[in-house]
Design a protein around this ligand. Structure first.
Ligand code: G16
Length: 546
């Protein structure tokens, strides 16, 4: 076996989005495409020096192309002189588990192969992202530098060693680099055991409590099976669609009421279980349901915040909480009442990293079905489910009662996100540009019968390192603090997706059961007129509403 230097031509479009580089599988299958990105990453991380002394964690969500990408990266890491790579058995590691392994094993970083909730299979999507020593997504400075380097790279180094058998745990050597094929669940489960009252949850299941956990044929399955059925004693069959498939069974592994419609139907129907839950492709997102009741991600964060001290891992209280800007202000209201600081960050988990590292924040979450804490540096789907189970077990309240308790005390934030998918990029850009041009003149105007108090393009100054991120989404806020937020998705692979986030606070408990879309109808009209959505996109209604 020997190390080879192969010639490549630069790839111009390797710009990572909100969460790493995501493209169609067919794009990743182009000769040298993955290699170009990995070499650029290694070069930015290590400069001209070999990576000796460094341990890399490697795994993915098991989607199509995962296995072949793992083998390529192992050979490139060996050529780069890494001391060791820890790779999940079968090439599998969920995103939060990768974060846990990096932190527990003191690795210098990790590569995660995933396109998250995007569909998989030969015609689906693939992705790669790098997480740093703290276990969290690489900071923008690094991803930008990697991108710049991919545009000029002309060669990469790779070992011609044979493939490593990934399906059994064990140790191997490649060009002097150690490779350990590890149990993908063990480190992750150890972290959860330190946080939650497993005995209380065991008693809950023993008493007949029924959960339906839909792993959406994705990587969350093995984790949920091992912990929920294996350790916590839930009956076999509690975790469904549990076996990771390369194409997620042809489905869209995104845990929201649209793509997890089967789970929603189960929870709404006769004989529904007490609780429902789902996680996405790489198991960092989650959706929670009660019997006949869907919990919005923003409300979920507010409930976890309100009751955190009932859970062993957070008994000492919360240093602070954080939410992404478009996430509803439900958590702000709870935090204010508790005297806990609440931060508003741009969309993207990486923005929570500094606050978590600095100990300023304990819990954080996003409207896009992501919730997490300082136990790792990623959002964590199964963690959220365990948190809810722990709360149900120790409060004796149902999922619905826990949410309604927060509404009663703080009012309900009526909230919805409308997505307009597959817009030609130039049209979406034109829509945003036009909106931004009008921003300064919007305050004081009445549009669609709504009086606008102020409008801006969200800019964030990181309280820890002072870095500034501009143009993070257009906010239009009314006098009663209702708001509409517009931004373009950073995770799609086909055309552009316009996201419109709508929020109105309802203090009156007699109106909490109004249908959300009805309660938000005036804001929908405002959004449509303000941004000329139909004029720009030709779409009269959103493709997805969550
Ligand atoms: C990624 C980030 C999330 C972020 C989401 C936004 O999620 O990790 O922090 O909220 O993207 O997506 P978009 O830009 O499409 O609105 P994931 O689960 O795809 O990694």
């Amino acid at each position: 076996m020997s190390i080879q230097t192969l010639t490549t031509t630069p790839f111009d479009g390797q710009k990572p989005g909100t969460s790493g580089l995501r493209k169609k599988v067919t794009v990743f299958q182009q000769p040298h495409y993955l290699e170009n990105f990995v070499q650029a990453l290694f070069d930015e991380l290590h400069g001209d020096a070999p990576a000796s002394g460094h341990t890399l964690v490697l795994g993915g969500d098991g989607r199509f192309h995962n296995r072949s990408a793992v083998q390529t990266i192992l050979k490139m890491a060996a050529a780069r002189g890494y001391s060791q790579v820890l790779v999940g058995q079968g090439g599998i590691l969920s995103t939060p588990a990768t974060s846990a392994v990096i932190r527990r094993r003191g690795a210098s970083g990790g590569i995660i192969l995933s396109a998250s909730h995007n569909p998989g299979g030969p015609d689906g999507d693939f992705g790669i992202k790098y997480n740093a020593t703290n276990g969290g997504p690489a900071p923008e400075k690094l991803t930008e530098a990697v991108f710049e380097r991919t545009r000029s790279l002309s060669s990469y180094r790779i070992s011609d060693a044979a493939d490593i058998p990934l399906d059994t745990q064990g140790a191997h050597q490649m060009e002097g680099m150690g490779i350990e094929v590890i149990d993908p669940v063990a480190d992750y489960a150890a972290v959860q055991r330190e946080l939650f009252d497993f005995d209380a949850i065991r008693r809950l299941f023993a008493s007949g409590f029924r959960l339906r956990y839909d792993a959406m044929w994705a990587v969350g399955g093995p984790y949920a099976k091992a912990i929920i059925e294996g350790e916590l004693g839930a009956p076999a069959g509690t975790v469904v669609n549990a076996e990771p498939k390369e194409d997620f069974g042809g489905l869209h592994p995104d845990p929201n009421p649209v793509y997890a419609d089967d789970l929603v139907a189960q929870l709404m129907g006769a004989g529904a279980p007490d609780m429902g839950a789902a996680s996405d492709g790489d198991a960092d997102r989650n959706m929670i349901l009660g019997r006949g009741f869907i919990v919005s991600p923003s409300d979920s964060l507010a409930v976890l915040t309100a009751h955190a001290q009932r859970v062993p891992g957070y008994r000492r209280g919360l240093a602070g909480v954080a939410r992404s800007m478009p996430t509803s202000t439900a958590v702000d209201r709870v935090a204010r009442a508790m005297g806990v600081a609440c931060f508003e960050t741009p969309t993207g988990w990486k923005f929570f990293g500094n606050l978590l590292d600095a100990g300023q924040v304990t819990l954080c979450g996003e409207e896009s079905y992501g919730t997490g804490s300082d136990h790792v540096r990623e959002k964590d789907g199964l963690w959220a489910v365990l948190f809810w189970l722990n709360l149900v077990a120790v409060t004796g309240q149902s999922v619905e009662e826990l949410v309604r308790g927060v509404w009663r005390e703080h009012g309900r934030c009526m909230y919805s996100r409308h997505d307009y998918e597959g817009i030609p990029t130039e049209r979406a850009d034109a829509l945003m540009a036009e909106l931004r041009n009008r921003l300064s003149s919007l305050a004081g105007q009445t549009v669609a019968g709504q009086h606008i108090a102020w409008a801006d393009d969200f800019s964030y100054t990181d309280p820890v390192d002072g870095s500034v991120s501009q143009r993070q989404g257009v906010r239009v806020v009314l006098e009663d603090s209702s708001r509409v937020v517009f931004r373009l998705s950073g995770t799609g692979t086909e055309g552009a997706t316009l996201r419109v986030y709508l929020e109105r606070h309802e203090p009156d408990a007699t109106r909490h059961d109004l249908p959300v879309q009805q309660a938000l109808a005036p804001l929908v009209q405002l959004a449509g007129e303000l941004a000329g959505i139909e004029r720009h996109t030709g779409m009269g209604s959103p493709s997805v509403m969550t």
